[in-house]
Design a protein around this ligand. Sequence first.
Ligand SMILES: Cc1cc2nc3c(=O)[nH]c(=O)nc-3n(C[C@H](O)[C@H](O)[C@H](O)COP(=O)(O)O)c2cc1C
Length: 196
Amino acid sequence: MDGSGKQQQSLRDGLLNRQSVPPRLVDGPAPSQAEIDDMLAAAVCAPDHGAIRPWRFHVLQGEALVRLGDIFVEALKKRDPDAPRETIEKEQSRPLRAPLIIAACAKIDLSRVEKIPAVEQVVAVASACQNILLAAHDKGYGAMVLTGVNARDPHVNAAFGLEGPDELVGFIYIGTPSGPTFEKERPDPADFTTIW
Ligand SMILES: Cc1cc2nc3c(=O)[nH]c(=O)nc-3n(C[C@H](O)[C@H](O)[C@H](O)COP(=O)(O)O)c2cc1C
């Protein structure tokens, strides 16, 4: 590890100043392939009990986002065969709100759950998501994790190869911020901390 002050400052900036940028506030361009690779390299450095590597990342751009919209519509029609046209159109266009989505999934290794419960495996993927958010922030991109009903829908889960205890942890929408982001007030950690 490079212990230079510059790198530490960059990490501190990321940790304290990163904030989610909703899809309505991002646009193109998407990160380059090299930048996506770098974000995924950060993702697989997340803490991971037992080195299970439960994360599965699906990178979607261009036509793949249209296909994801198709999947959201198929799922909606299964949940609600009488869904109105506006709702169908909303689901179809939902993934098109950002130029890049990384879907972060947890493939639970059932042979390990006795020592490493499913929740710990999901936490590893959640940590990977945070690394992606931080890497995106570091490169000047805006990103946000979203789930909603689609992340818990069996049809959507199957499209990502998930079954049983597997989880679709989140859809990370990523793009270039279309305007300035406003400083967010953060809570006082003391309100959540007990000194033993
Ligand atoms: C797993 C997960 C799923 C989330 N799903 C949604 C969502 O569907 N809709 C939403 O508005 N925020 C969702 N959030 C919250 C946002 O990603 C974000 O964390 C929140 O708006 C706070 O913004 P901040 O990251 O700037 O603190 C989710 C967060 C996590 C960790």
